[in-house]
Design a binder for this molecule. Structure first.
Ligand code: SF4
Ligand code: SF4
Length: 176
């Protein structure tokens, strides 16, 4: 699927494409991501009505433009190892943005696997990414977390919200 077409802002298009990677039977973006477009409306955490899990999109040839060209971070960025393949790690990584305009990494977690992002080897890599790149926002079914410069912020320090179809983290207070 292209995430900018999914009502979500693309901030950084990392050019280091992970060569040779393919979606295969993954389809996790068709489950974990919210899509708010005229052609397709789906909440996060639920399979798209067109998806045949384990087989792919049931309307592949006619899938909406919103789905064409979407590449999660694992698919397009060799920074993320094979342990991050979404149907393996139960998470989908994609670009996001904070309300202060700062780029962020968004991590959508499968509702059936809460807390999996805290396990090894995932958590330390997310912490490192928040130090070397930019903040990491994690979305579970009902809880949201933000890792900022290597530190997990308390939930009261911000919240995820949605504005004009864009899901983003709203920071309470100033962070440099
Ligand atoms: S989550 Fe990534 S690897 Fe899986 S189907 Fe979507 S784009 Fe492909
Ligand atoms: S239309 Fe197809 S590609 Fe798009 S979210 Fe649904 S199953 Fe996935």
């Amino acid at each position: 699927m292209a995430n900018d077409e999914m009502g979500m802002r693309v901030v950084v298009d990392r050019s280091a494409a992970a060569s040779g990677r393919k979606c295969g039977i993954c389809s996790m973006c068709c489950k974990l991501l919210p899509i708010h477009q005229l052609e397709l409306e789906k909440p996060p955490g639920e399979w798209c009505r067109h998806c045949i899990p384990g087989r792919g999109c049931g309307i592949y040839e006619d899938r909406p433009d919103v789905c064409r060209g979407f590449k999660c971070h694992w698919l397009r960025d060799g920074l993320w190892g094979d342990e991050w393949k979404p149907n393996k790690c139960k998470m989908v990584l994609m670009d996001g943005e904070m309300t202060n305009g700062q780029p962020a990494l968004r991590v959508y977690v499968d509702w059936g696997f809460p807390g999996i992002w805290r396990r090894a080897p995932y958590c330390q890599q997310l912490i490192n990414f928040s130090i070397t790149h930019y903040p990491v926002g994690v979305a579970e079914r009902t809880r949201r977390f933000l890792i900022y410069k290597g530190v997990e912020l308390a939930e009261k320090q911000g919240q995820w919200g949605e504005e004009n179809g864009v899901t983003e983290w709203r920071i309470d207070g100033q962070f440099d």
